[in-house]
Ligand binder design. Structure first.
Ligand code: NAD
Length: 476
């Protein structure tokens, strides 16, 4: 059984849980610790006792450790990518690219450790000066979803360590293997014992124990809206910082003057790559009258040509969905959309492959109404809808007519539309002639409205969450 990492020791749990490959349910990947509250509390205690020394550690030490982690991830990207593809189901090239991104995130924050700055200002009072510095927040809890098993943990763990915090990390139940490999790399990096702790186990038990611990001074969470609310409310009760990144229902607007190939490529990638299991997926394709027929026809051809298959098969272009629960959720949305009168243009059914797995055909609905459930709620699978609109203004209205606000995209050759959309789309990230998914690792990430609460993640913006400002007044 693969154990937890608590206080620098690999600690086994009394019970274990099997990790099954969604591309082949006969393939048992491994058995992982199924931790309870006690293990989570031990991890919190370890992070609390390691915090002070780490918070005062020299930036050279932080740089060297983060660089070692980043370099090792890059050196082992084929092996980690294979584990990721095997347990999550995205195809191998996507899994390796995600692993590479995680390595680069650690290298980015290795460099950031050497760039910590403060401000020295004159006071408004005579003979007084003012210093503004950033200090670590404390032991932090990091709770992550299954769809980016290494990139999301990396973009929380790397800045947490960079800015001098200690960590309790709880990965999603579906992807313990990638988290375990990452923990193994961190353990060997020379990081002092207890600064980083891994606890594998169910969210309502291990996650909840982290939320209940008063020693935890900040929680960074990515996942569903339902859990995000639990996290936010628990943090408010504990008077602690939180950042919660949740779902999306991201619009990709296509206007008459769009380049048809650019627009259909953006829609294909945004809606179906990574099996559509991206919070930034282009799930609503909002298309103006003049290009609608050509867009639907060309996109249909491209969706039909997508080859669904096992994640490790080099011929596969789209892997399975992550598990039976997610497959059931996707199918219930598909059946609901049919009942509501949406036109099923492609897909909508399971795909048989050589191995038993959770394979679902990429699914495209046309002639959908903005009020349908399929256009209101996040599916989190390879399912997209086309909504036909009169013109750009109509498209923008519908793009913003959602409780979510993570990403929004527009395909157009017009400067006027792209400039207007950038300013008026209600989303934290806006893409022009690009899929709504696919972001850089060195710039801020996050949404508005029901998609996100709290400071942005990634890039230099990460300092805001993982540090607290101190203002010191000095006379003399
Ligand atoms: P989820 O909310 O079910 O689980 C996320 C994490 O929370 C898991 O580690 C889980 O074990 C834990 N958890 C569950 N219950 C908990 C509790 N009571 N207390 C503490 N922790 C608990 O989400 P998921 O199904 O793993 O991920 C899919 C969701 O994540 C989608 O809605 C997707 O849009 C969202 N997501 C958002 C972003 C973003 O940055 N906005 C990125 C990726 C995924």
């Amino acid at each position: 059984m693969k154990p937890n990492l608590i206080g620098g020791e690999w600690v086994t749990s009394s019970s274990g849980v099997e990790n099954i490959n969604p591309s082949n349910t006969n393939d048992l990947i491994d058995v992982f610790a199924q931790s309870g509250r006690a293990e989570a509390e031990q991890a919190v205690a370890a992070a609390a006792s390691a915090f002070e020394d780490w918070s005062l550690s020299p930036v050279q030490q932080r740089h060297d450790i983060l660089k070692d982690i980043g370099d090792t991830i890059l050196a082992r990207k084929a092996e980690i990518g294979e584990m990721l593809a095997r347990e999550e189901g995205k195809i191998l090239p996507e899994a390796i690219a995600e692993t590479e991104r995680a390595g680069r995130i650690f290298l980015f924050f290795a460099a950031e450790a050497l760039r910590l700055t403060g401000e020295l200002l004159p006071s408004v009072r005579p003979r007084v000066s003012v210093e503004v510095t950033r200090e670590p927040v404390g032991p932090v809890g990091l709770v992550t979803p299954w769809n980016f098993p290494i990139a999301i943990p990396a973009w929380k763990i790397a800045p947490a360590l960079c800015f001098g915090n200690s960590v309790v990390f709880k990965p999603a139940e579906q992807v313990p293997g990638t988290a375990w490999l990452l923990a193994e790399i961190i353990d060997k990096s020379g990081l002092p014992k207890g600064v980083f702790n891994l606890v594998i186990g169910p969210g309502p038990v291990v996650g909840q124990a982290i939320l209940d611990a008063p020693e935890i001074r900040a929680v960074s969470f990515t996942g569903s809206q339902v859990t995000g609310r639990i996290v936010a409310e628990a943090c408010l009760r504990q008077n602690r910082k939180f950042q919660v990144e949740m779902g999306g229902k991201n619009p990709l607007v296509v206007v008459d003057d769009a380049d048809l190939e650019v627009a259909t490529d953006a829609a294909l990638d945004g809606a179906f790559f990574s099996t559509g299991q991206r919070c930034t997926a282009s799930s609503r394709l909002i298309v103006t009258d003049g290009i609608h027929a050509r867009f639907v026809e060309r996109l249909t051809e491209k969706v039909r040509a997508l080859k669904v298959g096992p994640a490790l098969d080099p011929m596969s272009q789209m892997g399975p969905v992550v598990d039976q629960t997610q497959l059931d959720q996707d199918m219930s949305f598909i059946e609901g959309a049919r009942r509501d009168g949406a036109n099923l243009r492609v897909g909508g059914e399971r795909v048989e492959c050589a191995t038993p797995g959770f394979f679902l055909a990429p699914t495209l609905f046309t002639d959908t109404d903005p009020a349908m459930r399929i256009n209101r709620e996040e599916v989190f699978g390879p399912v997209a809808t086309v909504i036909r609109v009169r013109d750009y203004d109509h498209a923008l209205d519908l793009a913003n007519d959602t409780p979510f606000g993570l990403t929004a995209g527009i395909c157009t050759t017009s400067l006027k539309f792209s400039q207007h959309f950038k300013r008026h789309a209600q989303a934290g990230m806006v893409m022009v002639n690009l899929p709504t998914a696919g972001v850089d690792y060195h710039v801020p990430f996050g949404g508005t409205k029901a998609s996100s609460m709290g400071p942005r993640e990634q890039g230099q913006a990460a300092a805001e969450f993982f540090t607290t400002l101190k203002t010191a007044y000095i006379r003399g």
